[in-house]
Design a binder for this molecule. Structure first.
Ligand code: WAQ
Ligand code: MG
Ligand code: MG
Length: 260
């Protein structure tokens, strides 16, 4: 069977004269069977036309055929859920899961290493706020490896395997479990750290092949529009080029098996 990749992005003109530029409003991507192309395309346009960020001046829909033999099917990461009272507690939990992975690989003393890495992660997270993509951080050298540091690296060409969903609404969990599963399987990937940039969505996650997908129910204050993603990568295990190639080019369908 042949599949089609569909990608939509919508933007709006802002500013006047020399300062005018296109501002991103909404985007979506799917990989679907031939029979669903038309309906999914319509749903994407509906999503673009009804976004809270405003009316689009420009919508781009790209449709590409994908051969089944080029698709990798992955089982979704196992999902666990961490309930917390406050977003501060949630962030602490997230840092607590990630720092040992950083420390381990650098053979640091566990105590002093953990503190150092927590501060490092906090700084990195702040740096991701203006980015459209994710930071690719090399835990072996402490270097950032995104070719474009302002934009970051974007994972693309992925969808849920049996996704019949054609509505125009964003489902944060469904999109995130697909992305996180693809990312965790990229060459050299150690872990991912994610906070949504949607002001009304405070749940975030940390994920890796070892940790699975750990949903942390509060990771920021309600109303805060700062979010971002950090891909922690180890350049001793793979090259940045291989990893980025996988994230940006490999077609992946994720078999999503349950949620909490
Ligand atoms: N590749 C890389 N980075 C991305 C991508 C992508 N395809 N899409 C978004 N980002 C970056 C970008 O900088 C955003 O600002 C940031 O991640 C957050 O993206 O289990 O909604 O789409 O309920 O706002 C987690 C779900 C939701 C938790 C995450 O992220 C749960 C979310 P958002
Ligand atoms: Mg961002
Ligand atoms: Mg968002």
């Amino acid at each position: 069977m042949d599949y089609y990749s569909l990608k939509m992005r919508a933007s709006q003109h802002v500013g006047e004269g020399e300062n005018s530029h296109e501002q991103h409003i909404s985007g979506a991507e799917r990989i679907v069977g031939r029979d669903s192309v038309e309906a999914v395309c319509a749903a994407m346009v509906r999503r673009a036309m009804n976004h809270s960020k405003g009316d689009p001046d420009f919508i781009n829909v790209k449709i590409e055929k994908v051969h089944e033999s080029d698709i990798q099917v992955l089982k979704s990461l196992p999902v666990t859920r961490v309930d917390v009272e406050t977003w501060q507690e949630g962030l602490e939990k997230a840092f607590g899961l990630i720092t040992p992975l950083m420390a381990l690989r650098q053979a640091q003393g566990p105590c002093d290493g953990a503190k150092k890495f927590k501060e490092k992660l906090q700084d990195l997270l702040r740096e991701t706020f203006p980015m459209r993509g994710a930071m690719l951080y090399d835990i072996a050298t402490g270097n950032r490896l995104e070719p474009d540091k302002d934009r970051g690296v974007r994972a693309t060409y992925m969808d849920a395997l049996h996704s019949s969903e054609v509505d125009g609404c964003k489902n944060h969990f469904n999109e995130a479990i697909v992305l996180a599963t693809k990312v965790a399987n990229a060459p050299g990937m150690v872990a991912e750290f994610c906070v949504s940039d949607d002001p009304n969505y405070v749940t975030g996650y940390v994920a890796s092949k070892e940790l699975g997908y750990v949903r942390i129910m509060k990771m920021k204050e309600m109303g805060d529009e700062n979010g971002g993603r950090i891909f922690l990568f180890d350049s001793r295990k793979a090259s940045a080029e291989e990893c980025i190639e996988y994230l940006q080019k490999k077609k992946v369908l994720v078999d999503v098996v349950g949620r909490t």
